[in-house]
Design a protein around this ligand. Sequence first.
Ligand code: ZN
Ligand code: ZN
Length: 79
Amino acid sequence: MKLCLRCGGARWVCEAHPDRPWGSGPNACDCGAPGDPCPICNRADVDTFPDLPPGFEIEEARDLEADPILTTETERDDD
Ligand SMILES: [Zn+2]
Ligand SMILES: [Zn+2]
């Protein structure tokens, strides 16, 4: 597997210098700015969450008795 050229496989880039890796790697930017998910290999879009820092919690709302939890699109074209 080839390492990402943007972040060197760190999966995060410096927010102030988006062309530099962020984290603890040898080439990581140490300017002190926060990190951003690498736009090349760690993109956050609708169904792809970025790798989250440890300790990050996602609150899950579960209410099985009140309403069905199945809200995903289940409609399919009858092809
Ligand atoms: Zn930086
Ligand atoms: Zn990357």
